[in-house]
Design a protein around this ligand. Structure first.
Ligand code: GDP
Length: 533
């Protein structure tokens, strides 16, 4: 006899099934490597959009669906992370969209805490770039598995052996190619699949808009010479022999612990190699695993818990509210369920839950571990907060980036002070900038950020979303330290401010000023920085 649908046994089985088919990942890459293009093609293969580009064509904009704010459109960069969801071969895939611009790294770092694996996209001609390195370091720190896609093989590219050697040397990760390119640039003929020993032939498609057809044949197939040319066929046979002889085999355990990356080659713009990657991805990438909490590891099969990894005010003109992005850590989430906000003990009913597909919102009824749910933030959520059906569970720590650049913010129309304070509180809550208040009675707050572009975004959003005009002046301060002790005696070389929790903070212009102050004021203790990644 089969158990009725609502029995605990069938619910547990359904939950296990949903967990097993979830794949939640993020793409890390240096700007311009092709992340947006790959995202679009993955959605195409996932059937989430009919034709790459069609989403955007509708409104005559040349952006993918994940770019949604005016300022992003003006600048052609995506600032905020959203989650794109699609199904492929029975798997439920959540792709966390991360901004590529370096000034938005804090947001990206946080988004990576919600991913179970990452796809590193490299430009075949450039290999590892600065932003790749930084983002890779975060993934490495979290020990999540990383897959690699070497893109733009239709352009003149680095020698693939050199490229893999570079990845290994710079990133200290073992590379195991699962496909191998045949030629590059105008001579790019396709890739050899090292697992199935087949050649996937490349065909240039018009505009890259349609699914690229694939032809296959083995390495010993005499037609290979005809397909790719005698020279490239000979080189391929040589390369493959070298790989089989000298390179390590793919080791799933080393991959899952982040020590080894499987490498794929292709051309996202031409739709080549993306579906092959996706088919491998769903097999290789892990489903959600246990989450670390203050109560120990929490299995995904445990009762419902989720954590907030991102806050965003004013997601769209149509929805001027604050959204909290929650990743389900464990259990079955149902809309309308009663949960505890574990930091405050407050009870919440989660009736305002929706999926986040850029500007479109759909009510979400159910979600499972690995899924991302947008919750309307009634003002209680902070980044790193947990909501759960059991009261005590919290995250051990949450990454925070240390600001490296500081600006003052002066209100132009003093009559707007209330809107100004609301704006800076809400936008700072998102964590893209930090706000510091002077302790000497001066009114203008300081903003701290990782890069100056964040200030411009902040300024534009204050204007657009809160109707407040401010003047921004970048200061010469470049170092921040939280401290213990009475700093009132320290006047020289430092600016004394408070953070939004009222904790004393000092801003310094240089390392020298910091060291000098520390020497002159042994009574003050400079606290270690919040754990940098
Ligand atoms: P992102 O900044 O990483 O999101 O990169 P984009 O996806 O926006 O791509 C940057 C540029 O590279 C765009 O002009 C793309 O059309 C182009 N591009 C992306 N993939 C390929 C590819 O496979 N081959 C070539 N030749 N160009 C590509």
């Amino acid at each position: 006899m089969t158990a009725p649908e609502s029995s605990p046994a069938s619910n547990a089985a359904a939950l296990a099934r949903e967990i097993e088919r979830r794949r939640t990942f993020a793409i890390i890459s240096h700007p311009d490597a092709g992340k947006t293009t790959i995202t679009e093609k993955l959605l195409l293969y996932g059937g989430a959009i009919q034709e790459a580009g069609s989403v955007t064509a509708k409104e005559g904009r040349s952006h993918t669906k994940s770019d949604w704010m005016t300022i992003e459109q003006q600048r052609g960069i995506s600032i905020s992370s959203s989650a794109l969801t699609f199904e492929y071969q029975g798997r439920h895939i959540n792709l966390l969209d991360t901004p590529g611009h370096q000034d938005f790294s804090e947001d990206t770092y946080r988004t990576l805490t919600a991913a179970d694996s990452a796809l590193m996209v490299l430009d075949g001609a450039r290999g590892v770039q600065t932003q790749t390195e930084k983002l890779f370091a975060v993934c490495r720190n979290r020990e999540i598995p990383i897959l690699t896609f070497v893109n733009k093989m239709d352009r003149p590219s680095l020698d693939p052996f050199d490229l893999l050697a570079q990845v290994e040397n710079v990133l200290k990760i073992v590379c195991v190619p699962l496909t191998w390119p045949i030629g590059d640039g105008p001579d790019f003929k396709g890739v050899y699949d090292l697992q199935t020993s087949q050649v996937l032939a490349f065909e240039r498609t018009s505009g890259g808009k349609h699914r690229a057809p694939m032809q296959t044949s083995g390495l010993d197939d005499p037609r290979l010479d005809a397909l790719v040319g005698a020279d490239l066929a000979a080189k391929l046979r040589e390369d493959i022999e070298l790989i089989r002889g000298a390179m390590p085999e793919f080791d799933p355990a080393a991959f899952l612990s982040g020590e080894l990356t499987p490498v794929f080659f292709g051309s996202a713009m031409n739709n080549f190699g993306v579906e092959h990657f996706l088919a491998n991805f769903v097999e290789l990438a892990p489903p959600p695993g246990p989450a670390e909490t203050t109560l120990g590891e929490r299995a995904p099969e445990a009762a419902f818990a989720g954590f907030i990894f991102k806050l965003q005010a004013n997601m769209s003109r149509a929805h001027r509210d604050r959204t909290a992005f929650m990743r389900v850590m464990s259990g079955h989430f149902e809309r309308g369920m009663d949960v505890t906000h574990t930091r405050t003990g407050r009870k919440l009913r989660l009736s305002q839950a929706h999926t986040l597909f850029a500007q479109d919102r759909e009510k979400v009824e159910d979600a499972y571990p690995g899924d991302i749910v947008g919750l309307v933030n009634p003002g209680v959520f902070q980044i790193g907060d947990v909501i759960s059906v059991d009261a005590k569970v919290q995250l051990p720590s949450f990454p925070r980036f240390t600001p490296e650049t500081f600006a003052t913010l002066a209100l132009k129309d003093v009559g707007k002070r209330k809107a100004f304070m609301k704006g800076i509180t809400q936008l700072a809550e998102e964590g893209v900038v930090q706000v510091f208040f002077p302790t000497d009675g001066a009114r203008d707050p300081y903003l701290g950020a990782v890069g100056p572009l964040q200030f411009e975004v902040f300024q534009a959003r204050l204007q657009e979303e809160y109707g407040v005009d401010v003047e921004l002046n970048i200061t010469s301060y470049g170092l921040v330290r939280w401290l213990a002790g009475d700093p009132s005696s320290v006047a020289r070389f430092a600016r004394h401010v408070e953070d939004d929790q009222g904790r004393p903070v000092m801003l310094f212009r240089s390392k020298y000023d910091l060291e000098y102050t520390a020497e002159q004021h042994p009574e003050i203790e400079f606290l270690p920085l919040p754990k940098d990644l």
